[in-house]
Design a protein around this ligand. Structure first.
Ligand SMILES: Cc1cc2nc3c(=O)[nH]c(=O)nc-3n(C[C@H](O)[C@H](O)[C@H](O)COP(=O)(O)OP(=O)(O)OC[C@H]3O[C@@H](n4cnc5c(N)ncnc54)[C@H](O)[C@@H]3O)c2cc1C
Length: 437
């Protein structure tokens, strides 16, 4: 068996980007964006398109954070259902969060169209599938809530789930046709090119080490240079470091690992996700999967910190593949890679404004392809001077998690416990005999 590559599938298959400069010397910009993932590049693109002078500073290369490493599933909505959002945050803010997150995939596919981004974009829907009967009620409620708010969504029987996936492991689910898939790194690089086209300046290998307010400007410092700006947007999500320590402590960064096979032979490929949808299931530690444009099977689930950036073995992934698609037993893996997902205490992303002219957006809880793109636009609108009340998204105070230093230990223990419960639940369920694919 060939040894899987240590880089990601997306880096191996995406068109490369032209080299970008490193920041050096002293400069000025109206807006400085820190971090070149979807949040930062969408913010830069929207602000530059509105005529602002924008500079983006990225610590590594474009795509080294979650935006270059993820599963490429474009998903509408947040972890909480619309009614939960309304009961937790009140009708007005709940409705805002629902509307903003529900329309986020539309923004992704619109940006792809507007800037002709070549990223294998497919919009055939996202499936959320139930691993046990007890999850069906939740799924039905979720689909009904979104349908009543205009979403193109429907509930799936076990037979329909089997037809769409080619797997008999699920007892039903729902399809949300607002969703789809992209080659995530190609989408990100497309956003970078679009931001450049709109006039933004992008700097790589330019990690921000400090930020200070002097006179009427923010001074952003890197090892080789500095930039003064009226507004700074911090868009570093799970990769937020100690330069922004309070912000770093608002999220717990947990590892998620993916594997990909070689392109499947046509006979195998025809029986797996024939409609091109992507899937997340309802396990406590969810499993998510899709095919890429070449017919590789790509599957992800939580891993351990020691697995990053690329694990040497992925037994949980291989077991998941065998359970879902016994026909994939023995299929070699070509790629294994992973990244960090930013989880928040309340399961929601946050837009912060800790000081005048200082903005941040982060915490997508594994749903950032669409939502981080939308957050970038919100941050740009605020940076352009729009009032917080008209943003349709709450601006919340920075509230670090107490005992954050222990959060990795807690995350590790919680993941192990939830994995055990999922495995127990799976062992109680057998493939559905009536649900032939
Ligand atoms: C394995 C995996 C699978 C996922 N699958 C999905 C999925 O299928 N669908 C979905 O919706 N979401 C998914 N996600 C989540 C999604 O990828 C993220 O929510 C999203 O990419 C966050 O984008 P971002 O721009 O906020 O942050 P990032 O893309 O992480 O970008 C942050 C950037 O900030 C830079 N940075 C950090 N510190 C500094 C500094 N001091 N100076 C300069 N730059 C700095 C980093 O280098 C990084 O490039 C997944 C995440 C992972 C890791």
């Amino acid at each position: 068996m060939t040894r899987p590559a240590t880089g990601s599938l997306w880096a191996a298959t995406g068109a490369p980007m032209a080299p970008l400069p490193q920041l050096s010397g002293q400069g000025r910009a109206e807006i400085v964006v820190i971090g070149a993932g979807y949040t930062g590049l969408s913010a830069a693109l929207h602000a530059a398109a509105a005529g602002r002078d924008v500079a983006v500073l990225e610590a590594g290369r474009i795509g080294e954070g979650g935006s270059g490493l993820n599963g490429g599933q474009v998903i509408a909505g947040l972890k909480h259902d619309p009614q939960v959002l309304e009961s937790l945050y009140g009708e007005r803010i709940g409705a805002q969060l629902t509307a903003c997150s529900g329309s986020a995939p539309e923004l992704v596919f619109e940006l792809i169209r507007r800037y002709s981004i070549d990223c294998d974009a497919v919009r055939t829907g996202w499936l959320q599938l139930a691993v046990g009967e007890r999850h069906l009620e939740l799924i039905e409620r979720r689909a009904a809530q979104w349908r009543s708010r205009g979403a193109d969504a429907s509930v799936l029987s076990d037979r329909e789930a089997a037809q769409l996936t080619g797997s008999r492991r699920y007892c039903g689910g729902w399809i949300d046709r607002r969703g789809g898939t992209v080659q995530p790194l190609a989408y990100l690089r497309g956003l970078a090119r679009a931001a450049l086209k709109e006039g933004a300046r992008l700097f790589v290998s330019s990690a921000v080490s400090s930020l200070a307010r002097r006179a009427d400007a923010w001074w952003v410092q890197t090892a080789q240079g500095s930039i003064a700006a009226r507004t700074v947007i911090v868009a570093t999500d799970a990769y937020t470091g100690r330069a922004f320590d309070a912000l770093r402590r608002t999220v717990v960064a947990v590892p998620s690992i993916q594997v990909a096979t070689a392109p499947l032979p046509p006979a195998l490929r025809a029986g797996i996700l024939p409609g091109g949808q992507s899937v997340s299931d309802t396990q406590r530690i969810l499993r998510y999967f899709r095919l890429d444009a070449s017919g590789r099977f790509v599957l992800g689930t939580r891993g351990s910190y020691a697995d990053l950036p690329a694990p040497s073995a992925t037994p949980a992934h291989e077991q998941a593949m065998r359970e879902l698609y016994p026909q994939l037993s023995g299929t070699a893996l070509e790629y294994r890679w992973g990244g960090l997902v930013a989880m928040t205490r309340d399961g929601l992303p946050h837009l912060h404004e800790p000081a005048p002219g200082l903005l941040a957006g982060l915490g997508y809880n594994g749903r950032g392809v669409a939502m981080a793109s939308a957050m970038g636009r919100l941050l740009a609108r605020r940076a352009l001077g729009e009032a917080p009340e008209s943003l349709d998204f709450p601006v919340t105070p920075v509230r670090p998690i107490r005992l954050h230093a222990l959060s990795r230990v807690g995350a590790r223990a919680t993941i192990r416990y939830l994995q055990t419960r999922d495995a127990l639940e799976r062992s109680l369920r057998r493939p559905r005999p009536g649900a032939s694919a």
